[in-house]
Design a protein. Structure first.
Length: 420
């Protein structure tokens, strides 16, 4: 029943106990002015009480849109369409706090103000403990008090929602920080003259951590081991799995496990810890011997190939790509050996979030070829290597027309002349 159905008093029912106020609402009174009417759902089976609620709201000249139903069953489907529910605690299909519990049990984010009789005020107080925003005692309410109670109940509900969202955001931020510390550790490097490692990480557009991870360990005075990888999907599960893979790689590397056996062990960790068989991981492992000009062994598991940089010459590592970890367990991952272009060189490892951004308004992607061209242009104009990762992300975002959708992680290993 809508407000238009309440334009004349119903026949005497004996149940109407709301007072009629003789005082009109004063516009100068401290009642907040709102341009949008509140959508109010009155759940009241007494026609006399329902009529008087409509009259009191009209008397207060409060902006509102009132709908009336007589049972809780009629009310439940309409909760998403209203701002506040005025709930009588004596309904045909729900007596006492039962109706309030059923309403709150729907999970609807709507303010609730319960209505009690003169003898049931303790029930109203109990309703507050159950989750109602306010209660009103029939017979003690005029138009101004009713309007204010509804408005304040709505604002209280909104404040509770904002506080809840803030708590959730703080918990999410703390969780993300813990995961990020696990995904992005400090490189474990002692001393390597002329050798520097630059790291970079940025979450995707939605700000949700994905499964991108990396690590760097100096395993000997003249040897570095680098890892970069990406767990399929986005979210806490993927990030946690990335942390486990990275931590396992660091432990196995420090224990001196050969690279061939190391990848098999990582795959076992992935398979045992993933939440579904569809989850997999791409990664690149790079073992670099720094003595002399430098040599390296590369293993690609479904991951974009690293770039080798010497001056303004840039090319991909010519390594045979293998399937991702976790897709065909037991797949061998033989290394590709290469000589590095000494005495000065750099190797850039990255995740696919960097190259999957769109190019302007075209349907194409930046891709590996586009990345190579960006690095060449940067080096030809004398750009310093330590600023390359930040510059590359800025360029990729500019071509994408905004933030990149996926996470981006990078490792840049540089060797200057006169090093080890």
């Amino acid at each position: 029943m809508s407000t238009s159905d309440l334009t004349r008093p119903p026949a005497a029912s004996g149940g109407g106990i709301w007072p009629r106020s003789s005082t009109r609402f004063d516009a100068a009174a401290p009642f907040p002015v709102h341009t949008e009417p509140l959508r109010i759902l009155l759940v009241e089976d007494d026609p006399g009480d329902a009529f008087l609620v409509a009259e009191l709201l009209a008397e207060a000249d409060a902006p509102s849109d009132l709908t009336v139903v007589e049972t809780l069953a009629e009310a439940l489907p309409q909760l998403s369409e209203v701002d506040c529910v005025l709930l009588d605690l004596g309904l045909p299909d729900a007596a006492g706090l039962e109706g309030l519990r059923m309403l709150l049990g729907t999970g609807a984010r709507v303010a609730v103000c319960v209505l009690t009789g003169l003898a049931d005020e303790p029930l109203g107080i109990a309703a507050l403990a159950e989750g109602a925003q306010d209660y009103l005692v029939k017979g003690r309410v005029d138009g101004v008090l009713l309007s204010r109670a509804v408005r304040y109940a709505v604002e209280r509900r909104r404040a509770e929602d904002n506080a809840r969202r803030l708590r959730e955001a703080e918990l999410h931020s703390a969780e993300s920080a813990r995961l990020e510390r696990g995904l992005l550790p400090q490189p474990l490097i002692q001393q390597a003259p002329g050798v520097l490692v630059h790291t970079f990480y940025r979450p995707g557009r939605k700000g949700v951590l994905g499964g991108d991870f990396y690590d760097v360990i100096q395993t000997a005075p003249d040897r570095m081991a680098l890892l970069i990888g990406d767990v399929s999907g986005h979210g806490a599960d993927e990030a946690a799995l990335g942390v486990e893979l990275r931590a396992a790689w660091r432990a196995l590397t420090l224990a001196g496990v050969p690279d061939d056996a190391l990848l098999a062990a990582l795959e076992r960790v992935l398979i045992s810890q993933r939440r579904s068989e569809e989850m997999y991981a791409t990664l690149t492992m790079l073992a670099v011997e720094l003595e002399g000009a430098g040599r390296a062994e590369v293993r690609l598991c479904g991951h974009p190939p690293p770039l080798v940089i010497a001056g303004d010459e840039v090319h991909t590592v010519d390594a045979e790509p293998r399937i991702m970890l976790g897709v065909l367990p037991g797949t061998p991952y033989p290394p590709t050996r290469l000589d590095l272009p000494g005495p000065e060189w750099a190797v850039l490892l990255y995740t696919d979030g960097l190259i999957e951004g769109r190019i302007d308004d075209e349907d194409g992607r930046l891709g590996v070829d586009g990345l190579i061209e960006l690095v060449r242009a940067y080096r030809r104009r004398g750009g310093p290597l330590d600023r390359l990762p930040d510059w590359l992300v800025g360029q990729a975002e500019e071509r994408n027309g905004g933030l990149l959708a996926d996470d981006v992680a990078m490792l840049l290993l540089t060797k200057a002349a006169g090093g080890v």
